[in-house]
Design a protein. Structure first.
Length: 159
């Protein structure tokens, strides 16, 4: 059995309570936590599938690659989620007229029914979570968050 390292030799360099990255991760996890209990099991849907459904509802015709770039997931995760949604009749794929390899995604009638059920709950959850901030602070927070997302996209595109 391995011995624990002594604190004098090793210290955590990232203090989780003071790390903005970690706190954003915690916030995302806490806001998503009720999904599986309320919807995931009953609707046989993963959180990744819900995120794909959410974006396709907002951006009909988006391709899997563009969707992956937009939400910051790897293409394999998006493709797996899309396949699950197609298999359950919630998502349709249509080949691009210009490039048959590119598939445009759209919700089916069944997909819209699931979306409507979950979206209304999600909007309520969003209001409850962000209701902790006064309206002016919410606006400022969203502006800052948008700026951070844009900045991170630029950082990632330089690789």
């Amino acid at each position: 059995m391995a011995k624990p390292s002594t604190p004098a030799r090793h210290r955590a360099r990232i203090r989780t309570q003071r790390s903005p990255f970690f706190q954003l991760l915690v916030l995302a996890n806490l806001t998503a936590r009720p999904f599986h209990e309320r919807f995931g099991r009953r609707l046989r849907m993963s959180l990744s599938e819900w995120r794909v459904l959410l974006v396709v509802a907002d951006r009909p015709g988006i391709t899997a690659q563009d969707l992956a770039d937009y939400i910051g997931l790897d293409k394999m995760s998006v493709s797996r989620a899309a396949r699950g949604l197609v298999a359950r009749g919630r998502l349709a794929r249509q080949a691009s007229a210009r490039d048959r390899r590119r598939l445009h995604l759209s919700l089916t009638a069944a997909g819209w029914r699931v979306y409507d059920e979950i979206a209304s709950s999600g909007m309520g959850r969003e209001r409850a979570v962000f209701g902790a901030l006064p309206a002016r602070e919410r606006g400022k927070f969203f502006e800052q968050l948008t700026r951070l997302v844009e900045s991170t996209r630029k950082l990632d595109s330089r690789k």
